[in-house]
Design a protein around this ligand. Structure first.
Ligand code: BGP
Length: 479
């Protein structure tokens, strides 16, 4: 069987809003994540524009990476990371979105982080927007349906491209850009606020036309940023970041096959088709027409989409789900959306199906569709861990990641040009869906609980030493 390529980028991934904390330090403004309250698997997070003091807001303190980034990067280096994916909090650079000048303190923070990575020879992979738009975009501009937000975003991009061009090659314009295909992401990705939606996940205020126009503007902004970026530094490489919810028909009834094909195209493929092929595909236009969506897309903007195509495909993969036209009662959760239960798969503690083979299937699917290099920018297991005598035994996490790496290798053997893997939440951090701390993904344990109590000290889990061996052997030693 083929080996992992020599320069394979092994590493981990985080996002500013889930790890930095220090939400008003260094001149940072409020971001959309700062108004999301804590929650749990059973109790959804609330959205509190008034920032009601009865609630806790976990992103505000997160895991204090803002102050401890040197220690964290040293631990990543100890594991042998070749790449580290992180995001730049937009609200740290433009606290009010339209400030006359960028916030120098914010720029210095990421410059220092990049210098630290360089010191250890770790390649940065930067997500430009990961649920961190300044709250001002919601309050003053009413979110991404407003075309002015494209200009604000591109200005943010130009600022960081110019400032960090000597450090960064790989950029991801938007995290899980296709999440906006679902109403859940109206606020955190679309900047669309509705009083009818009290909790994260509420869909009462959803307006599909508005949401699709928000997404359309995001895709235009992404393309424009790619074009602008290439002028600033021709070495820059840009990637999609797709939340790939791998879909299976629950039965082989032709209606189930068709349902999955149509949902897969719209949910999983549409955004990457635009970002890699430079235009909306035929089925997107049918989807808009059938749902009475009128898209504001000028000829000049269509040309921008064609010009600003990405270089590589990146995606998050946590699980697959089933769909059916038949009424199957048993359901499971999942990243962003759940589905019909697959009787062949086990579930995580948070009810997400575990499907390593689905990763190989997905890698083959996306490589066949786009013929560009592929990197997995999120994958991992959210589980609760126990700290005892300074140790954390997490064989379940090792087993999950091992099985996914085995399938990655098979996909490489199939012929897929896979060039990297960044495990989600390599450092424990706040969960997006539940706002919990106890849903942990890390190789590095952070001593903090759901209420924000704890020393915030870092501990190496068993998986830390295991992943170090995996990287040192370039994926050969998975024991
Ligand atoms: C993805 C997000 C990440 C991350 C991950 C795990 O959708 O891009 O930010 O949080 O899901 O999800 P959760 O935190 O809900 O467990």
């Amino acid at each position: 069987m083929k080996e992992f390529p020599k320069n394979f980028l092994w590493g981990g991934a985080t996002a500013a809003n889930q790890c930095e904390g220090a939400y008003l330090e260094g001149g940072k403004g409020l971001s959309v994540s700062d108004i999301m309250t804590g929650g749990s698997h059973q109790n959804p997070r609330r959205v509190s524009l008034s920032q009601d003091e009865r609630y806790s807001f976990p992103s505000r303190t997160a895991v204090d990476h803002y102050h401890r980034y040197k220690e964290d990067v040293a631990l990543f280096a100890e594991m042998g990371f070749k790449v580290y994916r992180f995001s730049i909090s937009w609200a740290r650079i433009f606290p009010n979105a339209d400030d006359p000048a960028p916030n120098e303190e914010g720029l210095i923070f990421y410059e220092n982080l990049l210098k630290e990575l360089k010191k250890y020879g770790i390649e940065p992979l930067v997500t430009i927007s990961h649920n961190e738009m300044p709250l001002a975009i919601v309050q003053k501009y009413h979110g991404w349906p407003n075309k002015k937000v494209i200009d604000l975003y591109v200005r943010f991009c130009e600022t960081i491209f110019n400032r960090y061009k000597d450090y960064v090659t790989y950029w991801l314009p938007f995290n899980e850009v296709n999440d906006l295909m679902l109403p859940l992401s109206n606020l955190i990705q679309g900047g669309i606020y509705s009083e009818k939606d009290v909790c994260f996940g509420d869909t009462n205020g959803d307006d599909l036309g508005l949401r699709m126009n928000a997404l359309n503007n995001v895709l235009i902004a992404s393309a424009r940023a790619v074009t602008v970026g290439r002028k600033i530094a021709p070495k820059f490489r840009f990637g999609t970041m797709i939340c790939h919810i791998t879909l299976y028909p629950r039965t082989c009834h032709p209606d189930d096959i068709l349902l999955v094909q149509q949902d897969d195209l719209v949910r999983n493929c549409m955004c990457s088709d635009v970002m890699l092929k430079g235009e909306y595909p035929y089925y997107a236009w049918r989807y808009f027409e059938r749902n009475q969506v009128s898209l504001s897309l000028s000829e000049a903007e269509k040309a921008e989409l064609r010009e600003g195509v990405c270089d590589f495909y990146s995606f998050s993969y946590y699980q697959s789900i089933c769909e059916s036209t038949q009424p199957f009662e048993e359901k499971t959760s999942g990243n962003i959306m759940g589905g019909v239960k697959n009787p062949y798969l086990e579930l995580t503690q948070w009810d997400w199906p575990i499907d390593p083979v689905g990763l190989r299937y997905t890698l083959n699917k996306v490589y066949d569709r786009y013929h560009v290099p592929v990197i997995i920018t999120e994958n991992g297991l959210g589980a609760s861990d126990t700290l005892e005598d300074g140790k954390i035994h997490d064989p379940y996490r090792i087993a999950y990641i091992r099985r996914h790496i085995e399938e990655m290798r098979k996909a490489i053997d199939d012929g897929v040009d896979l060039f990297g893997y960044t495990v989600w939440g390599c450092l424990d951090l706040i969960s997006v869906s539940t706002g919990e701390m106890k849903k942990r993904y890390g190789f590095i344990y952070v001593d903090a609980d759901d209420e924000g109590h704890g020393t915030y000290d870092r501990y190496r889990k068993d998986s830390f030493y295991w992943y170090k061996k995996v990287i040192a052997s370039n994926g050969e030693d998975l024991d």
